[in-house]
Design a protein around this ligand. Structure first.
Ligand code: ADP
Ligand code: MG
Length: 586
């Protein structure tokens, strides 16, 4: 491996030359204890920045094995170190040059803690994966500025962020412990018959519709009502037994009622995000939801491919088949039905719905409408007629925000009333109201609901390399995934939280196409295989050139299987073979 003297010599030699001369930097250099690997050199100062890895041997980094033993801790420490690196990078001043000259960045996360490729902690080393804009002016190399950046500044960043002894005392351990507690709580939900837990003291409201940080002033901390208060043990630490009290939401059908502006949607959004751990100070550090929770909403305009929505949608006008429903432009109700069936197909057994984002005619059909429009002219079986059947026959729980219709009262096992931003138990009161005020409606939905048979994606209907040699996958924020010539609209996929998850989904779909999609293998088995691939090889496997490892794996954060399925289901070119293939063929 070349040393610092060689690096400085190259930069001195190419100073003032055309920007392409930076190509001579490709490869690794040893700067004292630090290894600097320049994996990809940008062609000009305006192109995507160069990809650089900083690797410090563990004997110099000095992180205790207890901080990264086991998946949860390692993911937490890696996520934490990415944040420390971002903090240190933000402190430095950017040097001279045009375009992206002197820019240094790392893909650190937001309020959720995710498995990401930005930092790798291993028993023998710690590695940061950065983007670095090599300095240039007038498309010429600024060699001396590059030397300062690569030899001095990056080394300083590594010294401050990749050495345990340089970090604020206890910060890393507290972060890792906080994440571990959340995973521990989530892991206990099933054993306690709960779908979610929200600790006393949790702060659910966010700063604004555009910011996911906690509301700084005027936030009312959550207090569990008697009747739904539970106490869950935490893993002992320092020898002491620990536990936490809060609101436990039981399995079954839970209705969240209450007046407008009393905090119903805020509660549901906290549950949506509770499938991920949160950073210390977020306010939702002890708000955990079962990992298979999927937010369901109406999404008119989306494409739907051969989804069996017959449990919700009967004879459609134009003689469309409801048991293999396809549409280029689904309506509010049919899109919401498809979203439910697709979530169940992907393996979810916990649905989260909010009246604010639901199609009214999908949710309810009251007695007067039943009298006015005869059943034979209404294809929709509303969700209210399926929600109990889902729970009782199929073990599918639902948490539903519904302040506007009382037709759900008899369907609920648990009723939570939000009043002045605090939850109260209203189950008994709801039963009494339901008895005193019958709805007069007739249950609809004659045929029993069956869980969907898996559909098998057809090879050739998803191809990100169409007409090219290399795959083309790009993201615009969290919400838009460019997959070859297709654009996948993910605006309605509420539990996708990070653009780097979106990017990972693009490459996961490509891996699925290469490895698992054969026209016979069902989607659930494909999702299983993708999860196994990530468990075994980590996010680094998603780099299309990873075979030439080691190299910078890009900016990836791990998505859940439900969001991978959601993206595939929204790909407009996708074709599905009908669902008989229950098992993976290979
Ligand atoms: P709903 O769905 O019942 O109409 P929202 O959940 O949309 O109400 O909440 C209305 C407003 O109240 C939002 O601006 C939200 O941020 C705020 N809010 C919710 N819960 C709290 C709380 N615990 N403390 C302070 N403000 C809150
Ligand atoms: Mg609301």
């Amino acid at each position: 491996m070349r040393g610092e003297a060689e690096l400085r010599a190259i930069l001195g030699r190419i100073d003032g030359q055309g920007y392409g001369a930076y190509r001579d930097l490709a490869g690794s250099f040893r700067l004292g204890a630090l290894e600097l690997a320049i994996d990809q050199v940008q062609p000009d100062p305006f192109a995507a920045p160069s990809r650089v890895r900083l690797r410090v041997p563990q004997r110099d980094a000095g992180f205790e094995p207890a901080l990264f033993e086991g998946r949860a801790r390692r993911v937490a420490l890696e996520d934490y170190l990415a944040r420390v690196l971002a903090r240190e990078i933000a402190r430095r001043r950017r040097g001279v040059g045009e375009g992206k000259s002197g820019v240094v960045s790392i893909d650190a996360g937001g309020q959720e803690v995710l498995e990401r490729s930005a930092v790798a902690v291993r028993p023998d080393f710690v590695e940061a994966r950065l983007s670095v804009g090599l300095p240039g002016e007038g498309r010429r190399v600024l060699g001396w500025d590059a030397a300062k950046l690569l030899c001095d500044e990056l080394r300083q960043i590594a010294r401050l962020a990749l050495r345990a002894s340089a970090l604020p005392p206890r910060e890393a351990a507290d972060f890792v412990g906080c994440v571990e507690d959340q995973e521990h709580l989530r892991g206990q939900l099933r054993a306690h018959g709960l779908v979610a837990f929200l600790a006393d003291g949790a702060v659910l409201p966010r700063e604004s519709g555009a910011s996911d940080r906690p509301l700084a002033s005027g936030a009312l901390a959550l207090r569990a009502p008697d009747g739904l208060r539970v106490e869950l043990p935490l893993a002992p630490r320092g020898g002491a037994a620990r536990s936490v009290r809060g609101l436990g939401i039981p399995e079954g059908v839970t209705l969240v009622v209450g007046g407008g502006y009393h905090g119903k949607s805020t509660l549901l959004r906290a549950l949506e995000r509770g499938v991920y751990p949160h950073v210390p100070g977020d306010g939702r550090e002890a708000v955990v939801t079962r990992g298979d929770a999927v937010k369901i909403r109406a999404e008119d305009g989306r494409r739907v491919e051969r989804v069996d929505v017959s449990a919700f949608i009967g004879r459609l006008p134009g003689a469309r088949a409801a048991d293999a429903f396809s549409s280029e432009d689904a309506s509010g109700s049919t899109s919401q039905a498809a979203n439910i069936v697709e979530a169940l197909e992907a393996g979810s057994r916990l649905l989260l719905l909010d009246e604010d984002t639901s199609a009214t005619n999908f949710m309810v059909r009251d007695a007067r409408m039943q009298a006015l429009v005869a059943k034979e002219h209404e294809p929709i079986t509303p969700f209210v007629d399926r929600v109990r059947e889902l729970a009782e026959r199929h073990g599918v729980s639902t948490v539903l925000v519904m302040g506007g219709s009382g037709d759900y009262l008899e369907a609920a096992d648990t009723v939570i009333e939000m009043r002045d931003w605090q939850p109260r138990v209203a189950t008994q009161a709801a039963r009494e109201v339901a008895r005193a005020h019958p709805t007069g409606r007739k249950p609809e939905g004659a045929a029993p609901f069956a869980l969907p048979a898996p559909r098998a994606p057809v090879p050739g209907s998803l191809d990100a390399s169409k007409g090219r040699r290399e795959v083309r996958i790009g993201v615009h924020g969290r919400e838009l995934l460019e997959f070859g010539v297709e654009k996948i609209d993910l605006r309605a996929v509420d539990q996708l939280v990070d653009p780097s998850q979106t990017r990972a989904i693009g490459f996961l779909l490509d891996q699925a196409r290469r490895r698992f999609i054969d026209g016979k293998t069902g989607l659930p088995a494909i999702l299983d295989a993708l999860e196994a691939l990530l468990d075994e090889r980590g996010l680094d496997v998603l780099d299309p050139l990873a075979e030439r490892a080691p190299r910078h794996p890009g900016d990836f954060a791990r998505p859940r299987r439900y969001e991978v399925a959601a993206a595939l289901n929204r790909l407009r070119s996708l074709r599905m073979a009908s669902g008989t293939a229950r098992e993976r063929s290979s």
